[in-house]
Design a protein around this ligand. Structure first.
Ligand code: C2E
Ligand code: CA
Ligand code: CA
Ligand code: CA
Length: 275
């Protein structure tokens, strides 16, 4: 067992230093990526499951790297978080997203993902307010998506952030619900308008009777508390039917649309108004 243990730790050391090198590289490049115009925001519609109309677009960041090609946020957001670059990056994303949303009809909102680190950084609420003011976007048209990991430490800065922005009308959504340390305590404590049920409950390999019961229960909770329940990751018409019957009010997923660039988001909205 000892020999094995040593071998294993050698192996980890190697992957760790390779990982570290890749991270350092991404970190350095990320800092200049904004200036070089390599980043853009894509928009994925979130639709009303009763009417089929677009109610919100979620802003999802994309990095088109000149050598590495398109990088998924899962590859660089964690690095941005660990290195603190996420604060600058996040402010840029919020500003871009707010500008795009200012072009849309007034009943369409924009949802922006926020990392815990961004929220806990000094001046975080001010950064959001500045983005809104510069874009001329009413605060009620901005939704901030946060995950349960935000609440792992009971942080005063988090409370302040949510309170300060809720007061001016910004809405909050609880993202990836069911994957983390889900606690009804957060729902009790904070003014969430929306819960997003993680796509692993909708289209994962473990979807079945149990997940169905969970979606029903969350939808029921949502209707009692007057919150919207979003089913994420809808890929088939069958999944749409199931979550709709379970009582989810909103849906998001490839069945409706992938995330698209801003001009296509505008086209999707224009098409809706023709019908
Ligand atoms: P998320 O917030 O849960 O975003 C949903 C992810 O699911 C997106 O991946 C989206 O493209 C993908 N998705 C949507 N519909 C479907 C579907 O029907 N099937 C499948 N298989 N996938 C679907 P994406 O864009 O790669 O983003 C991944 C994660 O990266 C996001 O998860 C979010 O946690 C993070 N992220 C993305 N943009 C930002 C950002 O601007 N700021 C921060 N802090 N995090 C971001
Ligand atoms: Ca999200
Ligand atoms: Ca999510
Ligand atoms: Ca996620």
């Amino acid at each position: 067992a000892k020999v094995n243990g040593r071998k294993q730790s050698c192996f980890y050391d190697e992957t760790m230093s390779r990982d570290l090198a890749r991270r350092r590289e991404i970190e350095a490049e990320l800092r200049s990526a904004i200036q070089k115009n390599e980043l853009s925001i894509f928009f994925q519609p979130i639709v009303d499951l009763d009417t089929g109309r677009i109610r919100t677009f979620e802003a999802l960041v994309r990095w088109f790297h000149p050598q590495k090609g398109e990088l998924r946020p899962d590859e660089f957001i964690p690095v941005a978080e660990e290195t603190g670059v996420i604060v600058t990056l996040g402010n840029w994303i919020t500003a871009q997203a707010a500008k795009a949303a200012a072009q849309w009809p007034e009943d369409v909102t924009i949802a922006v993902n926020l990392s815990p680190l961004q929220i806990k950084a000094p001046g975080a609420a001010l950064g959001v307010k500045n983005a809104l003011r510069e874009a001329g976007l009413d605060p009620s048209r901005l939704e901030l998506e946060v995950t349960e990991s935000l609440f792992l430490d009971d942080n005063y800065a988090t409370e302040q952030f949510i309170e300060e922005l809720s007061e001016i009308g910004v809405r909050f959504a609880l993202d990836d619900f069911g994957t983390g340390y889900s606690s009804l305590g957060y729902i009790q404590k904070y003014p969430f308008k929306k819960i997003k049920v993680d796509r692993s409950f909708v289209s994962g390999p473990d979807v079945g009777k149990k997940t169905d019961a969970i979606i029903h229960a969350v939808a029921e909770l949502g209707s009692k508390l007057e919150m919207d329940i979003v089913a994420e990751g809808l890929e088939t018409v069958e999944q749409v039917r199931i979550v709709r019957e379970a009582g989810c009010t909103l849906g998001q997923g490839y069945y409706f649309s992938r995330a698209v660039p801003d001009y296509l988001a505008l086209m999707l909205l224009a098409q809706e108004n023709e019908t």
